[in-house]
Design a protein around this ligand. Sequence first.
Ligand code: G3H
Ligand code: 13P
Ligand code: ZN
Length: 339
Amino acid sequence: MPITYTSLGFVNTGAMFVGAMRGGYAVPAYNFNNMEQLQAIVMACLDTQSPVILQVSKGARDYADRTLLTRMGQGAVEMMKRVAGERGVGEIPIALHLDHGDSVALCVSCIDTGFSSVMIDGSHLASADNVAVTQAVVACAHPRGVTVEGELGILAGVEDEVAAGEHTYTSPDEVEEFVERTGVDSLAISIGTSHGAYKFKAGQKPEIRLDILHEIERRIPGFPIVLHGSSSIPPDAVAAINRYGGRMKDSIGIPESQLREAARSSVCKINIDSDGRIVMTAKLREILALNPQEFDPRKYLGPAREALLAMYREKNHSVLGSAGRAPEIMREISDGCRL
Ligand code: G3H
Ligand code: 13P
Ligand code: ZN
């Protein structure tokens, strides 16, 4: 028996993107694989009254078990509602989103188990095949109120389940037809961001192609754009990793000033995973190096969770501009802004 996302307390990204487009900010899309990451993301977004998209990759589903991960998301919604009540603050909208879905079957499996949004990443396919697979996912998702993200252009960078060689920028000439033919609700584009911790070569100026973004905006005005690979790779956390026995060399991320500028445009969703991994690893290394006698996981995972919490709060406030935006989206949802 399929599970509906509404029964788990999630919302789709429809009202979120209406709010983000109107307000000139981006909704954070943070990846999680475990409880501490999930707690930090949801509590930081509640603290800052930000909408949030909880992102689950195929690798995360395999790592943490797909049933458990979805139910953790549901538990996080219930925790958020309880804490909001205790604090006398408003609840925040939470979407559960499949990151980089690579097949119709995976997207359908996520829709059947309570995801409110899915990405079908056909960006490595020939253009006609990308259109066809994206259309197939939209056909399964929309009747059930699930929003769909497609992708045009290839990002560089390598992660567990996301491997890309040479990148190609999204061609503005292709976006209008892709959006029209597929019926997607948002479009991920490639403008120089990339996955992982090494986004630019040493000595290279870290710069994304905001000119391409603005040309794409001109071609599909008011259409929600998504930026993947948008971690900023905080140098202090990288330094802490190296200080306490790790080895990360020449890691460079996307400057926060450029993400802020993108968030003010049609970019409605910004994906961040690596920054969380790095901040968590830095704190774990520090605690374990300075407290070699420690063996209670709560004593090192707890501080790592605190470091994540601070990082996500700061992103919402200073980079994405999503802080304080939850109430208007909640109103939009209760006024019936759905698919
Ligand atoms: O874009 C990819 C995300 O960072 C997820 O990475 O496939 O290693 O979970 P992952
Ligand atoms: P980062 O590796 O820059 O965090 O990107 C994450 C991402 O795009 C998830 O889809
Ligand atoms: Zn991505």
